[in-house]
Design a binder for this molecule. Structure first.
Ligand code: ADP
Ligand code: MG
Length: 253
């Protein structure tokens, strides 16, 4: 059984049909890149999987169970994680404390207990930081980290919930090209090691074609096609969809 089966989901905003009858599947351990020009419906699709938006129709099956329309928090409890930006208020906390806060929240401890975060599951938090290559900076305040390192901490915080499926909407936005590849290589190795599915959007075609196992292409709210990176790169319809958007389907060097 697929980890995730998205079946013919649709969403309209007023007169705008943002997503129309989109279907795709994702297996455990697999990285699926959802690509398409701006406004294609990628974020709307993400938000229907994560529960920030309820689909107008269609279903979203997580391990065979329909989660479409459930509150985001219920979907998160069922094992769908996403990377969130570290809140401003927590930027002054150390890297380790932020991951401990995420572990506290996973354990459903009440927020008021947070002063105990410094002792809570320290070893587990350090192990998660090690998995994202940030153990050496455990004691640094998040506010002092380089941008790419903040993203790694955000991934460690998402992993605190031990997700079966990780949603990453434009995780590398604002990063330099080399950092983008490194971040998604990390996501790839975590997906394989944990048998965690990863659904991500990305504008850098180097990252998409280098890291994704499969690619699904959205155009004007509809799924144009889906397949291996090689098949997608060679697809004339995909190249056509990107014409005039300023994005290019680059060959990998
Ligand atoms: P992408 O992430 O691929 O750039 P989006 O899913 O954000 O695309 O948007 C798809 C379409 O839906 C766009 O036309 C966008 O303007 C519209 N849209 C997205 N969210 C809303 C909203 N909350 N209200 C109205 N229109 C929206
Ligand atoms: Mg978007």
């Amino acid at each position: 059984m697929s980890l995730l089966q998205v079946q013919s989901i649709s969403k309209a905003f007023g007169g705008v049909q943002a997503v129309q009858n989109v279907s795709f599947t994702l297996r455990a351990g697999e990285l699926l890149a959802l690509i398409g020009p701006n406004g294609a419906g990628k974020s709307t699709t993400f938000n229907m999987v994560g529960g920030q938006l309820a689909p107008d129709s269609g279903s979203v099956l997580l391990e065979g169970q329909n989660i479409a329309g459930l509150p985001a928090r219920a979907i998160w409890r069922k094992g769908v994680g996403r990377t969130f930006q570290i809140a401003q208020t927590f930027a002054s906390l150390s890297v380790l404390e932020n991951v401990q806060m995420a572990l506290l929240s996973h354990d459903r401890r009440v927020f008021a207990w947070w002063p105990r975060a410094s002792s809570h599951r320290r070893e587990h938090a350090l192990a998660l930081l090690d998995q994202v290559g940030m153990a050496a900076q455990a004691g640094s305040p998040c506010s002092e980290l380089a941008y790419g390192d903040v993203k790694r901490v955000e991934i460690a915080m998402a992993l605190a919930h031990d997700p079966k499926l990780l949603l990453m909407d434009e995780p590398t936005a604002g990063m330099a090209p080399g950092e983008r590849v490194a971040l998604m290589q990390l996501a790839r190795s975590l997906a394989k090691a944990r048998q965690m599915g990863v659904l991500f959007t990305e504008h850098s075609m180097d990252v998409v074609f280098g890291q994704a196992d499969r690619v699904a292409v959205l155009v004007r709210g509809q799924l144009l096609t889906e397949g291996t990176p090689q098949a997608i790169r060679d697809d004339a319809r995909v190249q056509q969809a990107y014409l005039g958007t300023g994005l290019v389907l680059e060959q990998q060097s």
